[in-house]
Design a protein around this ligand. Structure first.
Ligand code: CP
Ligand code: NVA
Length: 311
């Protein structure tokens, strides 16, 4: 059966560890041209900077090729069924990555496709972002261990890291909650009431062994956090809710007043400075956002190579 990557739990815990370790290896030593002659189709219903470029560059570095198809380039938005598109693309290319409004579109495409369908962001999930996020946290832990060799507590692991999510319970968080639980991160989520992550994502996170703690109090969430993560308050497709959401998220901004001095800061980007995070915080030495963005490349190359070998 064809393997797909529609959300983080399409990889078992040991497969996720393998992908992360391959990503670290590619980052350190470069990657062989394992996908020579192979093609990735990239379907975009929404804008993207990082996802498009990291997948396209990644395919080039792996010896393959990527084809960009925006909404105006395919028949998908003009009446051709998803089922037909999935079958036809499978006759040409080796992988399909899609960024879509409706997650079910990817689920349906996966039912018909005979090549891996990869979720490049949907309304409810962003699993490729989670791979990069875990690689970034792993690097943070390794860097801290290297700088404190005499701390006496031995090498730290994901299980020793406390992460607070402060902001919207959106697609990025849904996938991150499952990823965090899979590797054993201690995750506390602070959202305004009514903006919690999906109950389905929380149940699947819990199935992976750890349940994130939920609160509506950002200060409580960040109190013991090693890392504080946020994303935009108004996601693509939610523009009509902008005023309502800006009011609801008052008090949830990552800024000097809220964050403990020692906490690192994560943001999947693009950021809205002055809304969910201050410019100072994003630009500070504590910001891991640029590493997260780079790690999209390494993590997705590892995912593609892994699916090619184990698809
Ligand atoms: N983080 C992320 O997915 O960025 P893009 O929207 O630029 O792809
Ligand atoms: N939650 C954001 C993530 C962008 C990468 C959105 O869906 O717009």
């Amino acid at each position: 059966m064809t393997r797909h990557f529609l959300d983080v739990d399409d990889l078992s815990p040991s497969e996720l560890a393998d992908v992360l370790s391959l990503a670290a290896e590619f980052k350190k030593n470069g990657s062989p041209p394992e996908l020579s002659g192979q093609t990735l189709a990239m379907l975009f219903e929404k804008p993207s900077t990082r996802t498009r470029l990291s997948f396209e560059t990644g395919m080039t570095q792996l010896g393959g090729h990527a084809v960009f198809m925006g909404p105006e380039h395919t028949h998908l938005d003009h009446g051709e069924p998803v089922s037909d598109t999935g079958r036809v693309l499978s006759r040409y290319v080796d992988f399909v990555m899609g960024r879509v409004f409706d997650h079910d579109c990817l689920v349906e495409m996966a039912e018909y496709a005979t090549v891996p369908i990869i979720n490049g962001l949907s309304d409810i999930a962003h699993p490729c972002q989670s791979l990069a996020d875990l690689l970034t946290i792993q690097e943070l832990v390794e860097a801290q261990d290297a700088s404190e060799p005499a701390s006496g507590h031995g090498p730290r692991a994901f299980e020793d890291v406390s992460v607070a999510w402060v902001g919207d319970g959106n697609n990025v968080l849904n996938s991150f909650a499952i990823a965090a639980s899979t590797v054993g991160l201690d995750l506390t989520i602070a959202t305004p009431e009514g903006y919690e992550p999906s109950s389905d994502a929380l149940a699947r996170a819990s199935d992976r062994g750890h349940s994130p703690a939920l609160t509506n109090d950002p200060e409580e969430a960040v109190a013991d956090a090693d890392v504080v993560y946020t994303d935009v308050w108004v996601s693509m497709g939610e523009e009509d809710e902008r005023e309502e959401k800006l009011a609801a998220f008052d008090g949830f901004q990552l800024n000097e007043d809220l964050l403990p001095d020692s906490a690192s800061v994560m943001h999947c980007l693009p950021a809205h400075r002055g809304e969910e995070i201050t410019g100072d915080m994003l630009e500070s030495d504590r910001s891991l956002a640029w590493n997260q963005a780079e790690n999209r490349l390494h993590a997705q190359k590892a995912l593609l190579a892994y699916l090619d070998k184990n698809g």
